[in-house]
Design a protein around this ligand. Sequence first.
Ligand code: GLN
Length: 492
Amino acid sequence: MDITTLTVHELQEKLESKEITICQITKAYVERIEQKEKEVQAFVTTLCKEAQERAKQIEEKVENGQITSKFAGIPIGIKDNICTKGVKTTCSSKMLENFVAPYDATVVEKLKEENLISLGKLNMDEFAMGGSTEYSAFHVTRNPWNLSKVPGGSSGGSAAAVAANLVPWALGSDTGGSIRQPASFCGVVGLKPTYGLVSRYGLVAFASSLDQIGPITKDVEDAALLLNIITGHDEKDTTSENREKVDYTNCLKKEVKNLKIGIPKEFFGEGMNEQVKEKLQQAMQTYREMGAEVEEFSLDIANYSLATYYIIACAEASSNLGRYDGIRYGYRTKNFTNLKDLYRNSRSEAFGPEVKRRIILGTYVLSSGYYDAYYKKAQQVRTLVKKEFEKAFEKYDILLTPTSPSVAFEIGTKSNNPLEMYLADICTVSVNIAGLPGISIPCGVDSEGMPVGMQLIGPRFGEEVILNAAYAYEQKIKFREQYQAEFKGGVC
Ligand code: GLN
């Protein structure tokens, strides 16, 4: 048995039946990382030694009954924009290259309460800005299905690590698609929770009104399990909602009879890859066969969501990144004679080109002469997007779309063309604008063997509906079982 190919719920079963031990699990992952990380480069920081020590301690405590959590000893990987006490949190930026957070993010505290074991911090586009992980200041992460392709982004390290069996599951963050799109490129499951369901305390801010932390996993059941761990009200995040705790595994029923699925036709428009379209049509057919009602409709405000997203996200980013001035936070230049030079040179030397582009764009749309024309207008369109989704959910239980208009592309093909990179976010950004939950699950592979992702969108706090619909479909098409034999966690 290869431990690293198992899902977390399978690991739990085997721990419970004493088929395997906590130390064996960690060891298997450490060995896998030692073998494959050179090729995939999913991590910024690995914690192999620490993880093995931790495994020993936890195993002892479980044996003598001091720890009873059913997640005790399960390893995990964490995106490198989520603060971890005593371990570097770099955001894959030179600006924070040596930053060691003095505290844990709320989600990390929750992982620790359950006695999960961190295997390390995962690579990303710098400050989560990008869709390919090529904008990391340190190295490019590769797609385990084909090492010449990108893993998607910005949580590309998280998705690649899960797909390559370097971690059983991981945390990512999603501002405009950064959990769902890399999950789709790497053939794994990625869930962006409703805005406010998961605390953002300790998540390094990109665009605060859009950011959410969420799970990237091998299957839907694991996504539900990890969501169970990380949700909950947090006084340290004023946008965190105070809601009753839900067990998201209870909704996984394999049953979608009479579920009303809306297909917003704007998501299948220009620029959509034919093979992706075909896979999505097959998925719709599968849902019909399972007894769901599938109907096309128009969500025409979606045509404006990309422009709206890039105005709002850049505006918020320019403000959030103002703190990195070489004095209060981050890298400080050696090259200065006065305060202005200190600011200018620190920021010029430590931010990469994409981050600079966003700061410039964001500062422009917030400037007094253009505020009304761009930022205010974008906020007005945001309200319309929310309203149109609300209207759609009066009629449909969930919406079904592609996660991305294409499969994973070759490394280097879009990194010098920001507009083309932005266009690849067309299917995911409106979900963040409206604060909705969205999940990406694999729905097949194209003729080159690259995974295609399907996105299911739910109403606010409708995680249970999309998780169930995703689960029912997953049980039907059995993507993992079908492709794992030939793929074997990739790195072919
Ligand atoms: N690709 C999008 C962007 O570059 C989304 C990023 C994200 O979700 N963090 O903004």
